[in-house]
Design a protein around this ligand. Structure first.
Ligand code: ADP
Ligand code: MG
Length: 692
């Protein structure tokens, strides 16, 4: 429970200062000017009062309980101050000062020291090296923060490690005239974490939208659990920065090595049901709409505009994101042809014409609200001088107040002249955007959350026939021998233990043995050179396919023996099964998270097309299905242009078995099956690699 932090009844500032430009002064000023409802206790042994408020020599002298203490003192003085706060029974401390783990070993030691003291007294710590919190609720008005944006009460709650980004986002809402509810920036996050704050926001009835910015996830599993829980209740909007390697580097030095590979974070966001953004402007725009609009029931958009062109731009964005712009019902069209101007367009998009009046907008809005074929409404409004735009705005606001279906508005105007129109829409909580594409992208985000709520999460299939013990034994033996790459024989035995079908094979030590093995398998066969040092076999001349008889096998194997002068060389003899669609599937370990499973088109396609998709373990049946459907070459799986489709069920099962395999065997660092030969009624791995 973070109530005493976010809804404090009293705030003390250790390191309060009479100097106007000092954080220890600014925090007090912010509390006062924001109208904090509780008591303020400046602490400074050298002053009697600060900003007209009585000052105390020590936290121990404060007359009452203290919920939140700001510390604005040098790092080395913090542990002692925490000890005193403990004696006073302080509940939370926000450390604004820097000089801790972000600076090096000395700072890390100080952080450890004060954390021990905080734990002893049960004090919760925010930061250090952070801004603090804001609560805009009229009952509390806590501005425990040294920044400058003063929010109106609202429904959006923000959390970010980075104070700078939290402020950017906050500022964005402020510019749009959208209020916020809670704000928190927790800097080094040595105690209170982002997931803990997200959960708190999730349980807060007045928070309608949670907005977070991350540069890296310290505890990805915990983040995913909490985000999944909260995203099921209300939209969680997130942005991850550090996408380029240069960005990741900057983030790493910013957050002290927190940045992880980007892909994993994207997959966590996806699995948790977070609406994710790559652009902070889009995130801010979308959050503003989530704060005031209901979640759409579906993806069918009705457009009403008084100027055609911008609606065309919006249409492209909406349709491009998979939203639908369906024809309007006969009833709606009848109403529109009766009420709008004769020349108005009564198809979707509806164009009421530039001369369209408030009554026209109202009629179109009401008709779309009543049309069962429409889930959400996009309004285009340019403000010509010859119509009463204030009245149009009032009608839009009135319909918006019904909260029946979500709406976004592309308001095209000179905001310095049409101030009244702008103000009416703002106060009426109609999310307005200057650009049609921006408004449309917000609509797409609203629908994305609908899709998240409706999506099939699926179940993790419990395969009863897997033999974990057999696979573990192989891996333990290889690890004990200090080997990082498993031999072909070991790899295929592990596949067998997990029911992953592979082409029949034999291992041979000599060319003669290879001939014998080929006879047992039946021709034609493939011979592959197998040794720890041989990674890309075909590049190095270590693969001979379509060998039709013993002589061919003997020649191929002898040839390899001459080529690879390595003592551990063996011959992997495999049934030749040509003509399938080459598929790749693989897994890669992500520290603290599990594995990322990959699926896509294999063989030469991998290099050229890079047509692969990813999902986090454990992969559910629904997720496996989505993976198969979302590769660019999905049509190849179901058959195209005279080519037969492949066995989808087998591939789905294979992906799920692979997920189970690496989940059971976390020692596996990387694994790939490339290619898997997929046919109409079967699929076999013909090449497999596992590294530990
Ligand atoms: P590597 O990937 O190490 O170069 P592979 O074992 O994948 O070696 O073989 C290279 C290519 O040879 C495969 O992509 C596939 O096209 C073909 N191939 C290998 N084994 C078989 C087989 N058993 N049946 C049919 N084609 C095969
Ligand atoms: Mg291969």
């Amino acid at each position: 429970m973070l109530d005493s932090l976010f809804k404090p009844k009293s705030v003390a500032v250790i390191g309060a200062s009479t100097r106007e430009l000092h954080i220890g002064n600014r925090v007090i000023r912010n509390l006062v000017e924001f109208g904090f409802k509780g008591a303020i206790y400046p602490i400074n042994p050298g002053s009697d009062e600060i900003r007209g408020i009585k000052c105390y020599k020590s936290i121990l002298d404060c007359p009452d309980n203290v919920d939140v203490v700001h510390m604005v003192i040098p790092a080395k003085l913090v542990p002692q101050a925490v000890e005193e706060c403990g004696k006073k029974g302080v509940k939370n401390i926000i450390i604004n000062s820097g000089g801790f783990s972000e600076t090096g070993p000395e700072g890390i030691a100080i952080e450890k020291d004060f954390m021990e003291k905080a734990k002893k007294y049960g004090i919760r710590m925010l930061g250090p090296n952070c801004q603090g919190i804001i609560n805009s609720d009229p009952d509390c008005r806590a501005y425990c923060n040294f920044t400058f944006t003063r929010p109106d009460p609202g429904y959006i709650s923000i959390v970010s490690l980075s104070g700078g980004v939290a402020e950017v986002i906050h500022q964005g809402f402020s510019e749009m005239g959208v209020g916020t509810r809670f704000y928190a920036s927790n800097g080094n996050a040595c105690d209170i974490t982002i997931p803990e704050i997200i959960r708190y926001y999730g349980n807060d009835d007045k928070t309608r939208v949670v907005v977070t910015y991350v540069e890296g996830l310290r505890d990805p599993v915990n983040f995913m659990d909490v985000a999944t829980e909260v995203a099921g209740k209300k939209p969680v909007l997130a942005m991850k920065a550090g996408r380029t390697s240069e960005g990741a580097q900057a983030a790493a030095s910013h957050t002290g090595g927190l940045a992880k590979e980007d892909l994993a974070t994207d997959l966590i966001f996806k699995k948790a049901g977070i609406v994710s953004f790559q652009d902070e402007g889009e995130l801010i725009h979308a959050a503003a709409a989530f704060a005031s609009q209901p979640v759409p029931k579906g993806n069918r958009v009705g457009l009403i505009t008084n100027t055609g062109g911008p609606a065309v731009i919006a249409t492209d964005v909406l349709v491009g994101a998979g939203l639908k712009i369906p024809p309007l019902s006969g009833k709606t069209r009848n109403i529109l042809s009766e009420k709008l101007f004769k020349d108005a367009s009564i198809n979707n998009p509806v164009d009421v014409l530039a001369t369209g009046t408030a009554e026209h907008y109202r009629a179109a809005l009401d008709a779309m609200m009543d049309d069962d074929g429409i889930d959400c409404i996009y309004i285009g409004l340019v403000t010509p001088f010859f119509v009463d735009t204030d009245s149009i705005a009032r009608e839009i606001v009135e319909v918006n107040r019904q909260r029946k279906k979500p709406m976004v508005c592309n308001l095209m105007t000179d905001r310095r002249q049409w101030t009244e129109t702008v103000d009416i829409l703002r106060k009426g909580e109609v999310p307005c955007y200057s650009l049609p594409g921006a408004a449309a992208r917000v609509m797409c985000a609203l629908v994305a959350y609908r899709n998240i709520l409706d999506r099939e999460k699926g179940t993790v299939k419990d395969f009863k026939d897997t033999d974990k013990a057999a696979a573990e034994k192989i891996i333990k033996a290889a690890a004990a021998a200090g080997r990082k790459m498993l031999s072909a024989g070991e790899v295929y035995k592990i596949l067998e233990a997990y029911g992953i079908p592979a082409a029949p094979w034999r291992m041979a030590l000599t060319p003669e043995e290879a001939v014998k093995a080929a006879g047992e398998l039946g021709f034609p066969v493939v011979v592959k050179a197998d040794a720890e040092s041989i990674i890309h076999k075909s590049d190095m001349g270590g693969v001979a396919v379509n060998l039709k008889d013993g002589d061919a096998v003997k020649m191929a194997a002898s040839d390899m023996k001459g080529k690879f002068k390595t003592a551990d060389l063996k011959f992997f003899v495999q049934k030749f099964i040509p003509g399938g669609l080459e598929i790749i599937a693989g897994a890669k370990a992500e520290e603290g998270l599990g594995h990322i499973i990959m699926f896509g088109l294999g063989g030469i396609y991998v290099e050229i097309m890079k047509d692969v998709v990813f999902s986090l373990t454990p992969v559910t049946d629904a997720e496996a299905d989505e993976m198969l459907s979302s590769i660019k070459g999905a049509a190849l799986l179901s058959g195209a242009r005279g080519r037969k489709g492949v066995d989808r069920e087998k591939l789905l099962e294979l992906v799920q078995r692979l997920s189970r395999l690496v989940t059971d065997l976390p020692e596996i660092k990387e694994m790939d099956l490339n290619p898997i030969m997929a046919f109409e009624d079967s699929a076999f791995a013909v090449d497999a690699r596992i590294s530990l």
